[in-house]
Design a protein around this ligand. Structure first.
Ligand SMILES: [Zn+2]
Ligand SMILES: [Zn+2]
Length: 417
């Protein structure tokens, strides 16, 4: 540990950056102010918080809307005199009916169950903000919420619904029903809660352990001072502490934040992309004719039928993004050794864009889920899931995990050598 010149007062007023490991002084914030890490620009704190009761009210409204839209019809379609409607739950049930159980579970989790758990945790924790003292359960629920965040995919499902509608609009008449509109409002409310709750640091209300007496000093990295920055709550901990003193997150889970683990996940994701594009992603039966379609086949069909904007969206989401993500993550990881401090910001930006955009690839999986649930008129017209759908979903999940395991502190470590 380096000798510290910090006074006891300064010791408590420093904060670590989870992105670059830099320790900086904590600044008191006014509303609409943000404090950024001076080295990498990561937003450490945001003064623009929503009030506790606003968050609670919106979260409860969102939950009610979700349950309401589950109980009514989502979309109705009619073709050749046959009318069919689907509920939101059908998007998962029909997949499992055609033995795509893994895919069914994935849709159910990312669209219904995880958002539901997230909102329930939030309502429980935020309703106790003023009444509860130190509370281990609430800390556990807050940590669960943080870990669930990347897997909330309701907005992507909504875009997937629109793409699915365009795909069949030339073959059938489609009507959006109450379930769809309810779900759309639910998505907007969930996004509001997600954005605002992200900015409200509530860890300290429930913290069960005392702040350890660490001589942390601003202007150095945490690593240089024998400390570790908690990736969840940004508190500084001693390197040999088992759990974060503030949020109780285990600190030794960094085994998977190693370049080797990231590289293994990228490779696995890249391998999964091969069957995902080689095999048919869904099969359409029309008047007894079976037409298997690959992802690219679907894009070509959309393009030829004149739906060029949708064709571009599907092409970018299902081919450009997954391939670019694998390449960018691989190159950033393998070339980390060859970089100068001047390159760090650009590489970080490239990583953040890749990370943010990657989840949108799930759109193709949702399009298949919706079409399979909606178009079920036997030999007149039916859509069945193809074997590529599950490999494609696996590729998306694996590359998302790869981005999560990517340790951005590597950029600075290598540049400073
Ligand atoms: Zn930073
Ligand atoms: Zn923590």
């Amino acid at each position: 540990m380096t000798t510290s010149r910090a006074t006891p007062h300064e010791k408590t007023e420093v904060v670590g950056c989870p992105q670059c490991d830099w320790v900086s002084r904590r600044v008191p914030l006014l509303t609409n102010e943000q404090s950024e890490c001076p080295r990498c620009g990561y937003i450490l704190e945001d003064g623009n918080n929503a009030g506790q009761y606003t968050l609670l009210a919106v979260a409860i409204a969102a939950l009610v809307l979700l349950f309401a839209s589950l109980s009514v019809d989502f979309i109705r379609y009619s073709a050749a005199g046959v009318e069919q409607s689907m509920t939101l739950m059908d998007a998962a049930w029909q997949l499992s009916y055609f033995h795509e159980k893994v895919l069914a579970v994935l849709v159910l989790l990312t669209v219904i169950i995880i958002p539901c758990i997230y909102l329930l945790c939030l309502i429980w924790v935020y309703s106790q903000l003023e009444t509860s003292g130190p509370n281990r359960l609430n800390l556990y629920l807050l940590r669960t919420m943080e870990h669930l965040k990347p897997w909330l995919m309701t907005d992507i499902f909504l875009l997937g619904t629109l793409v699915a509608l365009v795909k069949i609009s030339s073959l059938a008449e489609v009507r959006l029903l109450e379930g769809f509109w309810g779900f759309s409002v639910f998505v907007v409310l969930l996004l509001f809660v997600y954005e605002r709750a992200k900015r409200t640091p509530v860890w300290q209300y429930f913290s069960v352990m005392n702040r350890p007496d660490l001589s942390a000093q601003a202007g150095l990295t945490a690593g240089e001072q024998g400390l570790m920055t908690c990736t969840l709550c940004h508190a500084l901990n001693s390197r040999d502490s088992r759990n974060c003193y503030q949020c109780t997150e285990p600190q030794k889970t960094s085994w998977w934040r190693k370049p080797g683990a990231t590289l293994a996940l990228i490779t696995a994701g890249a391998i999964m992309l091969i069957p995902a594009h080689w095999l048919p992603v869904m099969e359409t039966v029309r008047f007894g004719n079976d037409q298997p379609a690959t992802i690219i086949g679907g894009v070509t069909e959309l393009w030829q039928s004149g739906d060029k904007p949708i064709a571009i969206i599907v092409f970018v989401a299902s081919l450009v993004i997954p391939v670019a993500k694998v390449l960018v993550l691989g190159v950033l990881l393998l070339l980390a050794r060859w970089q100068t401090p001047a390159m760090v910001r650009n590489r970080l930006l490239l990583f953040k864009v890749t990370d943010w955009i990657g989840r949108w690839s799930m759109i193709d999986v949702f399009v298949v889920a919706i079409l399979v649930a909606l178009v079920r008129s036997g030999t007149v017209m039916s859509v069945y899931p193809g074997s590529a759908a599950v490999s494609f979903a696996a590729a998306v999940v694996l590359t998302m995990l790869a981005a999560m395991s990517f340790d951005t502190r590597l950029f600075w470590r290598e540049a400073d050598r």
